[in-house]
Structures are given as structure tokens and as C-alpha cells.
Ligand binder design. Structure first.
Ligand code: ZN
Length: 304
């Protein structure tokens, strides 16, 4: 048995043909004109729809390009990675969140005090500085740097300040532990190992690439501020270091205006021992260590 609904389409053309038979030529002409207009309107709607789709695709492409421009990374990469949460600040954490660096491919210096450790220049395998404890016995540095730090600290504190070390030498093994813990943290949030490793490297220096592995770096704080955060620049101890650190052979290693070169965010607490002569030259030149090394290499080559 068929329902009335299924038989309806079959009846409709018959009724229509029946209607047309009763139309006058004038009515037929008008009807055809209306149908032509309807077809024209449908064509126009289809063209508008195609134009709209093209416009949407162009807009999506434009947004993708803009995202790549702003983030400096292909947007497909940032979309596939889970949104990173800010890592907790830690006193033991090495140079944090490293932005894209322009170029830190710098020739090595013969001067051991100008030893370069950064993400492009890991320390040689088996590197082991001769270490000495800082006064107070909590941290170690390369022996010459340790003595220089104690002199600097005592000079500052003789003026009524309270300069102190918050972190200094870290072995490559310890750096490896920190780095692996960071990888585990990101894998725990669902990243695969390769992605977690890449993410960890933006927070913790790859083992052998941290200045703290050299024994020549020290994180400095004051009695009221041992957070190793940017607000250390407001402390009188920071102002004193700006003026006097070079006299003791130390430089501010990651200045705010050299982030593009060092690949490390501004760290007003992180000082690097390079010896008095180098420190004073670097301070006068306004260069960072990478630039200073590149410049001395060029100057040497140009010597007759
Ligand atoms: Zn540091």
C-alpha cells in the first residue's frame, strides 16, 4: 500500500501541464520571464557564495601568516603543541625561557676565562673546573672566580649592603637531572618525548650549555631578595654591581638589550667571571660576551 505522500510528486507535473494549457500567450510569456529571472537570481546567489568562500579562505590564510609573523614560529607548530603553562620560578633553575637568538655561533677564545657556554656552544666533554667553596661554604665556583666573588661581596657589604650568592657551580650531572625532570614534567602533560625535550630546553639549559656548568657564573641576591627574578634590578646591591662588578672581573651576562644575541632573557642576578681586564673591556665596549668574542676574533685576524 502506498501512502498519499509517495504518489504526490507523480501528480504534480500533470497538474502543472494542465494549468499551462489554460494560460493565454501573454500569461505564458510573463511566466517564462519570471522563470528566467528566477534562474538569474539563483546564478547570482551561486556566484556570491563562491566569492564568499574565496574571501573566507583568503582571510584564513592572512591570519595564518600574521600568527607566523607575530610568534616567529610556524602556526601549525604552535597549534599542535599543548599550551605551555608557566614553569614555577626556582632558585636552582638555570637561565630561563630563552627567546629565539639571532646567532650565537661564536669562535672559541684561547683565554679559559672567556669560555663560552650557550645553546650553540656546549662545554667540551669531560670539562671539570678546579673548584673552591665560596665563603660560607654553601656554593662552589672555579677557584679564581670564587676568590674574586668573595672579594667583591666583602667590598659591597663593607658599604652596608648584603650581597650574597644564591647559586653558582652546577655539575653537568646535576644539570642533566634538572633537564630530565623538566622533560618528565612535559611528558606528564601529554607531550611526546621529542616535543617535551624541545619544550624543556626553553626552560632549563641543555646539560653542558649552562653557564653554571662552567663554574664561572654566579646568581646573586641580597638579604631581602633571593628570588633570582627581574625585580633584583631595584635592589641597591644591583646598583652597586652595575658600578663595581667589572673591578672584580664580573660582567652582567644577560643584559636586557642583548636578548637577541645571547638567546637568554634579561637576568639582572646572573654574573659571569671573565677576569678584571676582560670585564673592564666588555663593560666599556657595551658588548655582551658573544659579541666581544666575535669582535676579538675579527681583530686578531686583521692583525698584520
Ligand atoms: Zn644564573
Amino acid at each position: 500500500m502506498s501512502s498519499p505522500r509517495t504518489s504526490a510528486p507523480a501528480r504534480r507535473p500533470a497538474r502543472r501541464a494542465n494549468d499551462l494549457r489554460h494560460l493565454t500567450p501573454e500569461q505564458l510569456r510573463r511566466r517564462r520571464m519570471r522563470e528566467r529571472q528566477r534562474r538569474r537570481r539563483r546564478r547570482r546567489r551561486r556566484i556570491l557564495l563562491v566569492l564568499f568562500v574565496i574571501a573566507m579562505l583568503a582571510a584564513a590564510w592572512g591570519i595564518t601568516l600574521a600568527i607566523e609573523h607575530w610568534t616567529g614560529a610556524p602556526s601549525s607548530q604552535s597549534q599542535s603543541a599543548p599550551a605551555p603553562t608557566a614553569p614555577p620560578a626556582s632558585q636552582s633553575a638555570p637561565p630561563s625561557s630563552r627567546p629565539q637568538s639571532e646567532s650565537t655561533d661564536v669562535p672559541a677564545s684561547a683565554d679559559p676565562l672567556l669560555l663560552l657556554a650557550n645553546k650553540d656552544n656546549p662545554l667540551p666533554a669531560g670539562y671539570a673546573p678546579d673548584l673552591a667553596y665560596l665563603e660560607g661554604g654553601s656554593y662552589q665556583m672555579q677557584s679564581e672566580a670564587a676568590a674574586a666573588f668573595d672579594r667583591m661581596k666583602n667590598a659591597a657589604n663593607a658599604t652596608g649592603l648584603h650581597l650574597m650568592a644564591c647559586s653558582a657551580y652546577r655539575s653537568v650531572e646535576r644539570q642533566t637531572e634538572l633537564f630530565n625532570a623538566e622533560i618528565q614534567k612535559w611528558m606528564g602533560q601529554g607531550m611526546d618525548e621529542a616535543a617535551a625535550r624541545e619544550q624543556a630546553a626553553t626552560v632549563v639549559m641543555v646539560p653542558g650549555c649552562s653557564e653554571h656548568n662552567t663554574g664561572l657564573a654566579v646568581d646573586v641576591g641580597s638579604i631581602t631578595n633571593q628570588r633570582v627574578e627581574e625585580d633584583f634590578e631595584n635592589e641597591p646591591e644591583f646598583a652597586w654591581l652595575q658600578e663595581h662588578a667589572a673591578e672584580y672581573g664580573f660582567i652582567l651576562r644577560y643584559p636586557a638589550d642583548k636578548v637577541e644575541v645571547t638567546g637568554v632573557t634579561y637576568e639582572p642576578w646572573h654574573y659571569r667571571y671573565v677576569g678584571v681586564e676582560n670585564a673592564q673591556k666588555i663593560k666599556e665596549s657595551g658588548l655582551c660576551l658573544e659579541e666581544y668574542l666575535a669582535q676579538s676574533h675579527t681583530e686578531k685576524r686583521e692583525d698584520p
